[in-house]
Design a protein around this ligand. Structure first.
Ligand SMILES: *Cc1c(COP(=O)(O)O)cnc(C)c1O
Length: 390
């Protein structure tokens, strides 16, 4: 790419974060690295490889397309798809050796049109339970009793049984405790129905790091592997953000006192000021919600002024700077740092919304070790379209 705006992704930080997390877990707990949404914006294949090198046991993505993309790039780890897929696509999932989240008997019934029980290949599933998030999953004993016969089929392997917490990042643990209790009850259902389950799991990053007793057989680590975590609640760990965002001044001009700047005359100079223009805008994921935040130039904080445009934004410089000067929108310059936490607080969201919002137009530049050996080992594609039975 030919533009001076790029996200730098330090893969060593992802690997170190995962190693630090791994050290907090008992040896028998498996680590599932969550690389959905293009690895939370960090690059799906690169983060999946880093997770593999750091000893992750499983990967997770949200959708079938994301999983197929990883497989076609040679990623070999077991992959769980966290959102139910269409029953019609079941053979595709089997061909690419993917594990599915299942939440209803109706899904199995429809799926059987596309996969006969006699068909020799096994389908690995993780049954999702709704213990209070209210998103997807089996909520009642009746729903469980309906799905049980389908789980007993000879070609179905129940590799997992899981739930997801609503409030793992909140200081008050009352609701989380209730969800955990509810999950224990549901785990009892699987036992009384004699369904053999390989892995019980309930903890994402926040729960896994705050409450080690909830790690069970596996933890699903997304945010924390990228260096996002509630620092106020998890003070015993030091995780490093892997992504920083940079650009350069493409024009520097003087704005005289009283002159306007940007669309809708949003900004008016209070004095004679130096203004710099930067080639990044809302079409890159730097939304207008970032109005009134700061960025770093020459190691100093400088405020974004005027409306953020589609492709550019303007900044009030602390002093005259040359065109081409480095600008850091997320990350460090000298002693100053713009953190994901600071920006997330400003827009009333979480760090991962900012990293996943960076569009494909922002170049990703990787630093740190990508491979175990020095050489790039080209992997052959494990599947061809002809091996996929439709
Ligand atoms: C995204 C997701 C995770 C990862 O959560 P983090 O808080 O980013 O670690 C875990 N489980 C499920 C079901 C998810 O959808």
């Amino acid at each position: 790419m030919y533009r001076d705006t790029w996200a730098e992704i330090n893969l060593n930080h992802i690997r170190t974060n995962l190693s630090v997390i791994r050290q907090t877990l008992s040896a028998q707990v498996k680590l599932m690295a969550v690389v959905k949404a293009n690895g939370y914006g960090h690059g799906d294949v690169e983060t999946a490889r880093s997770a593999e090198l750091a000893g992750a046991d499983y990967l997770a993505v949200a959708y079938l397309d994301e999983a197929i993309h990883l497989r076609t790039k040679g990623i070999k780890l077991p992959i769980l798809i966290l959102t139910p897929i269409k029953p019609d696509d079941v053979q595709l999932a089997i061909a690419f050796d993917l594990m599915l989240t299942v939440t209803s008997a109706a899904w199995f019934e429809e799926m059987r049109v596309f996969k006969e029980e006699a068909y020799c290949s096994k389908l690995k599933v993780h049954v999702k339970m709704d213990t209070g998030l209210g998103r997807i999953g089996i909520k009642t004993k009746e729903e469980w009793d309906e799905i049980v016969p389908w789980l007993r089929a000879a070609d179905i392997v129940v590799d997992g049984f899981y739930t997801h917490f609503a409030t793992a990042g909140m200081a008050d643990t009352t609701y989380l405790d209730q969800q955990a209790q509810r999950f224990m009850t549901m785990m009892g259902w699987s036992e009384t129905s004699s369904i053999r389950v390989n892995h019980f799991h309930c903890a994402g990053s926040a729960a896994a790091l705050r409450f080690p007793h909830l790690a069970m057989d596996m933890v699903r680590i997304g945010a924390a592997m990228y260096g996002f975590y509630p620092q106020n609640l998890i003070s015993h760990l030091q995780l490093e953000p892997a992504l920083s965002l940079h650009s350069r001044l493409i024009q520097v001009k003087k704005l005289m006192k009283g002159e306007f700047l940007g669309y809708d005359n949003l900004y008016q100079a209070e004095a004679d000021e130096w203004i710099g223009t930067i080639p990044i805008g809302y079409a890159d994921g730097w939304s207008q919600r970032m109005q009134h935040t700061e960025l770093l130039i020459e190691g100093q904080r400088a405020p974004i002024v005027g409306k953020i445009c589609m492709d550019q934004l303007m900044v009030r410089l602390p002093e005259y700077c040359e065109e081409g000067t480095l600008v850091t929108l997320i990350g460090k310059q000298g002693d100053e740092e713009i953190t994901f936490n600071e920006l997330a607080a400003h827009i009333g969201s979480v760090s991962q919304e900012i990293s996943t919002s960076l569009t494909a137009r922002v170049a990703r530049e990787y630093t740190g070790k990508k491979e175990a050996g020095a050489k790039w080992v080209k992997q052959t594609l494990p599947f061809t379209s002809s091996s996929v039975k439709m």
